[in-house]
Design a binder for this molecule. Structure first.
Ligand code: FAD
Length: 448
């Protein structure tokens, strides 16, 4: 499998992975093709996931700039077409309590507002007619230990006080009775505003909106090089296998799929980490009753190495967690089987259940646990990345803010938008650091 820390190309016109989403979503309304002849544009966007498509849509719709989008493989071939489809009011991994102590209340509230706007933006785009199998509202965070339930209740209290956030607190028994009888849960909190979607259909919907607004999208068109001579000229020259693109401004929207050494602005500033998903065969009514799995709310636990799951519209369970460390090991069935065995500890009555789909994808970690939308000094190259595995809603907001930057409009003065991604110290050893974190996480989740 493509490994962004080792490979310089994510592929060329690769098909979608054999995910559940690719199998149930049919086909996008329009088939796209590769760029076959040289072209000049004001803005070139690299990557057709949520970030790139949102940036394209907002540029064309609100700033009278019709960009070109190039995608190495298929629309949403990266994370956007293979994620778990949890639309949450959050991104990154930095707790609000830490933001408060580092930056003060105004900045913390500003970031919270951006996260809220992210979900609102997704909702407003869906309302334009995107059929993405949106499920009922609700995001349940389960405590995997009694001590974590105490922490969850404290966090809920803080968020209620700070933001007036409407959060339900549930004991182990209430959770089992009203939502699902998860044997690994020791109480939970429930946010009323997260929800699940079909992520691939969502991306195809964004593609249609962006095209209708005036963006042109080419798939099977990887950027393979940045022109040497371009550095001295005002325009930049970008090479793809069959054509050259000359652009005034370039947007890098490649997140966890950014190839090795792609651009000096992003090199050494991200850590791609594999997240793995399995989807089971459909549960029978009897199996659903045995787990008391009444809800289609999206569920995540409190572990450092998190597990997440949801019941899909056809009564299958999607279950996810960490995957392999390198691309070479990504397809080893060990990782899918490990998820299945954890699922069975949550729902022992499913002891015979099998999984029918298993795949993984590269999430994009940043050193400071925050996504960043930033640019070079001359404001000709922009990027947005580092959603840390939680980008379904915020990548759309980030794409919108990046469009504002490209169009030379002001954006909120927040670390999300006014700071570059920090560089990883000892960047060549990022994978060793990740392995170390996994070992720490295993110990923390079990013993502390
Ligand atoms: C298994 C998994 C589960 C997840 N679940 C959730 C979830 O439930 N909720 C949530 O909020 N987040 C989730 N995420 C994260 C979320 O999917 C991402 O944050 C989001 O999709 C990022 O979108 P993007 O457009 O920035 O990047 P991507 O969708 O990854 O798009 C980047 C694109 O750039 C293209 N590209 C790379 N290099 C080049 C090049 N040289 N030339 C042209 N194109 C190039 C790639 O082919 C790719 O299609 C999950 C991620 C994974 C992997």
């Amino acid at each position: 499998m493509y490994d962004p820390l080792h490979d310089r190309l994510p592929g060329e016109n690769e098909p979608y992975p054999r995910s559940y989403w690719a199998s149930v979503s049919g086909k996008p309304e329009e088939t796209l093709s590769h760029l076959a002849s040289d072209i000049t544009t004001d803005v070139l966007i690299i990557g057709a996931g949520y970030t790139g498509l949102s940036c394209a849509y907002h540029l064309a719709k609100y700033h009278q700039i019709n960009p070109i989008v190039v995608e190495a493989n298929q629309t949403a071939w990266g994370c956007s077409g293979r994620n778990a489809g949890f639309v949450l009011k959050s991104s990154g991994r930095k707790p609000y309590s830490q933001m408060l102590s580092e930056w003060g209340e105004e900045v913390m509230r500003g970031i919270y507002d951006e996260m809220c706007e992210g979900v609102a933006t997704v909702n407003s785009l869906i309302e334009q007619g995107i059929d993405c199998d949106k499920q009922e509202n609700g995001y349940i965070k389960v405590a995997h230990k009694p001590s974590e339930f105490t922490k969850l209740k404290e966090a809920a209290k803080l968020q209620q006080q700070m933001f007036g956030y409407d959060i339900e607190v549930m004991s182990q028994q209430e959770l089992a009775l009203n939502y699902m009888d998860d044997k690994n849960a020791f109480g939970a909190i429930r946010y009323r505003d997260g929800f699940g979607v079909n992520p691939l259909k969502l991306a195809w919907g964004y593609q249609k909106l962006a095209q209708r607004a005036g963006a042109r999208i080419y798939t099977g068109t990887p950027v393979i090089d940045w022109g040497e001579s371009a550095r001295s000229s005002q325009n930049q020259v970008i090479y793809t296998p069959k054509a050259t693109i000359t652009a005034k401004k370039i947007v890098i929207a490649t997140n966890g799929y950014t190839p090795k050494g792609f651009h000096v602005l992003t090199n050494r500033r991200t850590l791609p980490v594999l997240s793995q998903i399995i989807v089971t065969e459909p549960l029978t009514q009897e199996q659903l009753r045995a787990c008391n799995l009444l809800t289609s709310n999206v569920v995540m636990d409190t572990r450092a190495l998190k597990y997440y799951y949801r019941k899909l519209p056809d009564n299958r369970i999607l279950f996810g967690g960490r995957g392999a460390i390198s691309g070479k090991q990504a397809k080893d069935p060990y990782y899918a089987k490990r998820l299945l065995s954890v699922l069975k500890t949550s729902f022992p009555s499913l002891h015979d259940i099998r999984y029918q789909f298993a795949w993984s994808g590269w999430i994009c970690m940043s050193l400071d646990d925050l996504p960043h939308v930033y640019q070079n000094k001359s404001e000709t190259v922009f990027y947005s990345m580092g959603y840390c595995g939680s980008g379904v809603s915020f990548s759309v907001q980030a794409g919108k803010r990046m469009a504002e930057k490209v169009a030379e409009k002001s954006v909120p003065n927040l670390p999300l938008y006014n700071q570059a991604l920090p560089e990883f110290p000892l960047a060549p050893m990022r994978r060793i650091g990740q392995w170390g974190y996994f070992q720490y996480g295993k110990i923390k989740d079990k013993w502390f």
